[in-house]
Design a protein around this ligand. Structure first.
Ligand code: F0G
Length: 385
């Protein structure tokens, strides 16, 4: 049955808001959890202690499909005629494919100018979404789309949409399933708009309350250094959920200062180039539930980690590799122990952003070039054109 084929809806008792006939699905969530010996060694844990959750295997090539199947289902339930999102590329690709499958609502996508990897842009266009490039970056695009949705009565599909997060809980169900429901020690996830982290916290809270797990893994959220709002507020300023009474003045002061200084996010991991995460407060709750920790990693660390993931099999896009780079850092710090079982979430497919991959490998094999030239092989250098 189609619903049992979906890696989201076969868990539908845990996200019970739609009847079976209402569900919009294209078999999302047929993803897998795999150990990777090369990546385990890179991170510094036992060979069988590092697991990669390949969410790039979803129909549109990213984890977003887990959430978008749920949001699109809800959009059709409420009779939405138009749905919209701001995006660094994956959300828009995912929303566009679900709209083309549902044939019930049109899609408008807002992207920052020059801020989207071509693989992702091409998907939104091909699936027939109206794609609008706005002046500014993702944070500007999200602010604009929220305004427009509010005034025009358009259905908003960014991760402020709670139905998105319901679907994204299933990533954790599948991870646990892959581990025969043995709870790992760590879940490591890249942090952008913080939808995944928030959904994961909610998933674990509910599973524990239902008695399906007896303990909750620790959550590590990894920011890119150039887009590190959560790292700043959680690790540097020490902001904590505090039963929902967290110090909102401190966070709003932080954002006001960010505006005054016109501080913009900047990272090669374009998917997580975000300074104003919409799920900030929900992520504080997730960090509380999961005894969480936040780290930042540099673009170089992200790209080095990404190359290890690729060489170990399957591969991922840059933002995804922040998880592996973060796990390595936490292992170096001794926060993760050599014997821990660590799950890194690979959020997007390798082919999403080929330019980043080609540029990295063109720049890093100088010695190989020399050796090849000794054998009369003269390589034409690739360029990031
Ligand atoms: N990894 C990838 C590949 C992403 O596309 C995103 C977010 C994230 C990680 C961050 O996830 O927001 O749940 O913390 N991409 C959004 C987009 C912003 O528009 O596609 P998060």
């Amino acid at each position: 049955r189609p619903l049992d084929f979906s890696g989201v809806w076969r868990f539908r008792e845990l996200l019970p808001f739609a009847s079976d006939e209402q569900i919009v699905t294209i078999g999302e969530g047929q993803t897998m959890l795999k150990t990777s010996q090369p990546v385990a060694r890179y991170v510094g844990v036992n060979d069988d202690g590092l697991f990669l959750q390949y969410e790039g295997l979803n129909p549109s090539g990213s984890f977003k499909d887990n959430g978008m199947t749920a949001a699109s289902t809800h959009a059709t339930m409420v009779g939405a005629k138009v749905a919209a999102c701001a995006s660094t590329g994956n959300t828009s690709a995912s929303l566009a494919v679900y709209a083309s499958v549902a044939q019930k609502f049109k899609v408008v996508v807002f992207v920052g100018s020059g801020k989207i990897a071509f693989g992702k842009l091409s998907q939104a266009l091909d699936y027939g979404a109206k794609t609008i490039q706005i002046q500014g970056d993702f944070d500007d695009a999200l602010a604009r789309v929220r305004e427009v949705c509010q005034t025009e009565g358009i259905y908003l599909c960014n991760s402020v949409n709670p139905f998105r997060l319901e679907g994204q809980k299933s990533i954790m169900y599948r991870v646990l399933e892959g581990l025969d429901w043995q709870v790992p020690d760590w879940i490591v996830v890249p942090g952008g708009n913080l939808g995944n982290s928030s959904a994961f916290g909610k998933a674990f809270m509910e599973l524990k309350a239902l008695g399906l797990i007896d303990r909750i893994p620790r959550l590590a959220i990894i920011n890119a250094q150039g887009a590190n709002t959560l790292y700043q507020l959680y690790e540097k300023e020490g902001l904590r959920w505090n039963g929902g009474r967290y110090d909102r003045d401190r966070s709003s002061d932080f954002f006001t200062k960010m505006d005054q200084e016109n501080r913009r996010a900047s990272t090669l991991a374009s998917a997580i180039e975000i300074n104003r995460p919409v799920n900030f407060s929900k992520s504080l709750r997730a960090l509380d539930v999961c005894d969480g920790i936040v780290r930042e990693v540099s673009d170089q660390e992200i790209l080095d980690a990404k190359a290890q993931v690729g060489a170990g099999g399957l591969g991922c896009e840059p933002a995804s590799a922040a998880s592996v780079a973060g796990a390595r850092l936490l292992r170096e710090e001794g926060v993760i122990a050599a014997g821990d079982r660590v799950v890194c979430i690979l959020t997007g497919h390798q082919l999403k952003d080929p330019n980043a991959t080609v540029a990295y490998h063109s720049a890093t094999d100088e010695h190989l070039d020399e050796k090849l030239m000794n054998h009369g092989v003269n390589k034409t250098p690739f360029s990031n054109g």
